[in-house]
Write a protein that binds this ligand. Structure first.
Ligand code: BTN
Length: 239
């Protein structure tokens, strides 16, 4: 496997996108520190030295873009398994791709894609896990946590990184062979969103409904008060 390690980098996702055209499927990039770590929706991602796993994977699956976005959820399932394996603590998935412990976010996933309408050139899955972070900036207090805060232990990041790469590879293969439906049950089992009320933005309006299912395509099925059922493909859903 192609594995690149940096002491310091702007963002592993940015670097991954830069080298992706000539990189092989499965290339992993890990940094001790990111100077401009990015989150979803243009947000900043705190990525201090040695405090977490800042990892990006370059994938070149033979898929259409709307199939490839499901890889985010494949990654989320792998992370939940690895956190259990290495830190011996249960986490769950806030659909589609935040990993949460005790209602606080411990890991975020940023998936970026390059391709045409019917074909993906490459996809970059960025995973950020707060491992040994002890305090968060004020705006994240109450919202973010780390494995160390939750377990009361300092954790070795190497075995956790290795476990994530192994688990992801396992589920990635299953997904490529059998499709998302083969991962669906785990997504549902690990989901913290199912059977909860969620806020969904539809045409700029905030609507509250109940999440009742994750379908064979990884979409969230939400039923609203008026009985209307909607299939939510992505976007910001908050409990
Ligand atoms: C989010 O929840 O908003 C997604 C956070 C993703 C953070 C990871 S850390 C490794 C990779 N490089 C980045 O700049 N971001 C992702």
């Amino acid at each position: 496997r192609n594995y690149l390690h940096f002491e310091s980098i702007s963002s592993t996702n940015d670097y991954a996108k830069e080298i992706a055209p000539s990189a092989t499927d499965g290339t992993a990039i890990v940094a001790e520190e990111q100077t401009s770590g990015r989150g979803r929706m243009g947000r900043h991602w705190v990525s201090n030295k040695g405090q977490g796993i800042w990892l990006s994977m370059i994938l070149k699956p033979n898929l259409s873009p709307n199939e490839a976005v499901k890889l985010t959820q494949v990654a989320a399932v792998a992370v939940v398994d690895s956190i259990k394996e290495i830190a011996d603590i249960r986490s769950g998935i806030k659909w589609p791709n935040d990993i949460v412990i005790n209602s606080k976010k411990v890991c975020g996933i940023l998936t970026e894609m390059n391709g045409e309408i019917d074909r993906v050139n490459f996809i970059v899955i960025g995973i950020g896990i707060n491992v040994n972070v002890q305090n968060f900036p004020e705006d994240l207090c109450g919202k973010a946590t780390s494995l160390s805060i939750e377990t009361g232990k300092i954790l070795d990041r190497k075995p956790l990184t290795a476990s994530i790469l192994n688990n992801f590879e396992k589920y990635y293969r299953i997904f490529l062979i059998n499709g998302f439906s083969s991962i669906r049950n785990l997504c549902k089992e690990y989901s913290l969103t199912l059977n909860k009320d969620v806020k969904v933005i539809i045409n700029n309006n905030e609507c509250i409904g109940r999440a009742v299912d994750i379908d064979d395509d990884g979409n969230l099925i939400v039923v609203f008060k008026n009985g209307e059922k909607k299939t939510i493909a992505s976007g910001d859903v908050s409990v």
